[in-house]
Design a protein around this ligand. Structure first.
Ligand SMILES: [Zn+2]
Length: 479
């Protein structure tokens, strides 16, 4: 690659307050159109906004989790533009005095840790939604507007242009999502639009100091889309530069079906919006005590948690990364360990059978019938030798379906591992008698044929014979 890629991200995260930012309307997703509305969020004449205190708390909380400096004096501004989904003809946002600034987070790509700067995080209101009669705006006869989303609180988090590849951009977005989920300020459901991002990308020759002209891609709503849109855009810009052309500063949209970006409009500048201070809202003054109070409420964040899992629980960096990616998984893991299960085995079960079943059925840990102490019990049954790890998979299947305790399932289904030497000996004798050929092979030096005989014993015992004992007894009786 002839060029260095420069990427910056603007993440819009819907804050999960019960009510909107400036009125008492519900923020519930999926309500019938235009039912969560009132004169304030519809921008009717004469109404006055009242700031939702929870939004400020969440803004500060997210800011602290992202290592930002929290502003003790912050204010709202009007960003003026016309669009049918914006009934007031301006968006109440923050321009020069955002709630949080100068933060950072760490990403890991190809085993390397990198610090990505966060310029600022500011509070604002979401716009409504246009519902087109056709599949796209151009193919529609008409469009309706749904104002349910108008006034839902947003936190816009702007990064420094510190990312150098699509992989780094995705890692940043993943870490951002993880942190916002950990501090419980947003549910970050990308499929419902509660976490969306705009991506800026430009290219410059290696060693050049000046940034190239940047192009913005708006409203990318999945990790895959960010990756694909960036890959396409980098190639498009490189081709233009290779041919001696110039990149135009513009906003482009990603066409998922065609897998290309299309020009939307030339990029507007801040002055195009005629920002001015919002006269209907007083500035937000936050005390040091309040900030410290919110800081004290922060949970253990993903990086700290990952460190603890590697250092105290002996997990590999990779495993710890997977377990701590979501708070739900990390909390579940901690609960399984607390209930007495071995940490490494707990991690294996979570990343293996549990994740496999969750993904397959499209469920989350919260939907799962198996409670943490039950999974711990299952792991302990293997440790004690009551069941083999193979039988444990059968028990797990049953637990998944019924939510029953593993001990009960083992008891009811008669799955207790056979560790009685006499009982195993009897099966081994039978298998030796029934399989003269492999026995002969083994005695003639083909040591591999013992594998077949072990398999037969396991089969006849319905998987319940202790495999170590089977191997031992077979070797002894064949010698
Ligand atoms: Zn309202």
């Amino acid at each position: 690659m002839k060029y260095e890629v420069i990427i910056g991200l603007e993440v819009h995260s819907e804050l999960k307050t019960n009510t909107k930012i400036f009125c008492g309307c519900a923020t519930t997703f999926g309500s019938p159109q235009n039912t969560n509305v009132c004169p304030v969020c519809l921008g009717l004449p004469g109404v006055l906004p009242v700031l939702n205190e929870k939004v400020v708390e969440f803004g500060i909380k997210a800011g602290l989790a992202l290592n930002c400096r929290i502003s003790k004096f912050s204010k709202f501004d009007r960003k003026n533009y016309y669009y049918p989904d914006l009934p007031k003809n301006f968006q109440t946002s923050q321009l020069d005095l955002p709630i949080a600034e100068h933060g950072h987070l760490f990403i890991e790509v190809n085993g390397e840790t990198k610090r990505i700067g966060i310029t600022r995080a500011h509070m604002e209101e979401d716009a409504g939604k246009l519902v087109h009669s056709g599949s796209t705006i151009t193919s529609s006869d008409y469009s309706n507007v749904d104002y349910n989303r108008t006034g839902v609180p947003l936190l816009e988090i702007v990064s420094e242009p510190d990312m150098r590849s699509p992989e780094e951009a995705v890692a940043y977005l993943e870490k951002m999502k993880s942190i916002l989920e950990y501090v419980e300020v947003s549910d970050c459901k990308m499929e419902e639009g509660s976490l969306r991002c705009d991506v800026n990308v430009s290219l410059r020759e290696w060693g050049a100091e000046k940034f190239g002209t940047k192009v913005e891609m708006k409203n990318l709503n999945s990790f895959k889309t960010v990756q694909r849109a960036l890959e396409y855009e980098i190639e498009r810009q490189a081709d233009i530069l290779d041919e001696g052309g110039k990149i135009i500063q513009e906003t482009r949209t990603w066409d998922e079906a065609k897998g290309i970006t299309l020009s939307m409009r030339s990029k507007e500048q801040a002055h195009d919006y005629r920002y001015f201070p919002e006269p209907d809202l007083v500035p937000i003054v936050t005390t040091e005590e309040r900030i410290e109070e919110i800081r004290a409420s922060l949970p253990e964040l993903p990086d700290a948690r990952r460190k603890r899992l590697t250092e105290e629980c002996g997990l590999s960096a990779y495993d710890a990364g997977v377990i701590t990616a979501t708070r739900a998984m990390a909390d579940y893991f901690d609960a399984v360990c607390k209930a007495g299960a071995d940490a490494k085995l707990a991690a294996n079960w979570l990343m293996g059978d549990v994740s496999k079943h969750l993904n397959y059925e499209g469920k989350t840990l919260a939907d799962m019938l198996i409670k943490a102490d039950q999974l711990a019990d299952l792991i302990k049954l293997i440790g004690k030798g009551t069941i083999s790890s193979k039988i444990a998979k059968t028990v797990f299947e049953e637990m998944w379906k019924t939510g029953d305790d593993p001990a009960k399932i083992v008891e009811e289904k008669g799955l207790v591992q056979i560790t009685d030497t006499k009982e195993i000996e009897a099966i081994v004798e039978r298998v030796i008698a029934d399989n003269p050929k492999p026995v002969e092979d083994y005695k003639n030096g083909n040591k591999k044929s013992i594998g077949f005989l072990v398999g037969q014993v396991m089969r006849q015992s319905k998987g319940k014979a202790n495999p170590g004992m089977v191997n031992e007894l077979l070797a002894k009786m064949l010698s």
